[in-house]
Design a protein. Structure first.
Lengths: 111, 116
């Protein structure tokens, strides 16, 4: 099983709505990263949140990290059609360099 | 900065043929990674170079797959005797350095390999 895993295969919302993607992970980690992959492209990092941080923002994006429950969330406000993509969480176990990706959540934003 | 460049974007090979995939990392980045992406398995780590030295190839299939980084400006992934199950998108990524999951990976657009 994966070190980090999103909790849903797919989500769909209408433009302008907010959406949250959740991720759970196993073991202690140094940081958790969120990536987005659009069709035909490689993944691109959205946010990196370190284990000593609880929240990180990047424009319309907000990531949280709860080390006690070993979970993270990525929220997107005022969604746009161009937010349609697969969203991955990724982490490496403490002491390891190997970044392991979850299976991803397909987000579809409808007009 | 053109980002990570991968060539070719698409490659079709016949079963049993060899395939070589190329990656040019971002200039100044010391770490280079190869991942394989399929619908079924998702993003799988294959191998990792740091300052051109192979550090971890634990994700590489033991037979037929090999990776090299002869200089700091490019890396290659070679698959010998390709099989249909090798069909996937192969992604190369680089990072400024790599320390325990807290560095940003910059991915190329990938090479889609189709083995007939």
């Amino acid at each position: 099983s994966q070190l980090a895993e999103e909790n849903l295969w797919a989500l769909s919302v209408h433009e302008g709505e907010s959406v949250t993607v959740n991720c759970s992970y196993k073991t202690s980690i140094t940081a958790l990263q969120w990536y987005r992959q659009k069709s035909g492209e490689g993944p691109a990092q959205l946010i990196l949140i370190r284990s000593n941080e609880r929240e990180k923002r990047n424009g319309r994006l907000r990531a949280t990290l709860d080390t006690s429950s070993q979970s993270s969330s990525l929220s997107i406000t005022a969604t746009r059609c161009e937010d349609t993509a697969v969203y991955f969480c990724a982490a490496a176990s403490s002491g390891s360099w190997q970044l392991i990706f979850g299976s991803g959540t397909q987000l579809t934003v409808m007009p | 900065n053109a980002g990570v460049i991968q060539t070719p974007r698409h490659k079709v090979t016949g079963k049993g043929q060899e395939a070589t995939l190329w990656c040019e990392p971002i200039s100044g980045h010391s770490a280079v990674f190869w991942y394989r992406q399929t619908i079924v398995q998702g993003l799988e780590f294959l191998t990792y170079f740091r300052n051109q030295a192979p550090i971890d190839d634990s994700g590489m299939p033991k037979e037929r797959f090999s990776a090299q980084m002869p200089n700091q400006s490019h890396s290659t992934l070679k698959i010998q005797s390709t099989q249909p199950q090798d069909s996937a998108v192969y992604l190369c990524a680089s990072s400024l350095d790599f320390g325990q999951g807290a560095e940003t990976l910059y991915f190329g657009s990938g090479t889609r390999l189709t083995v007939l």
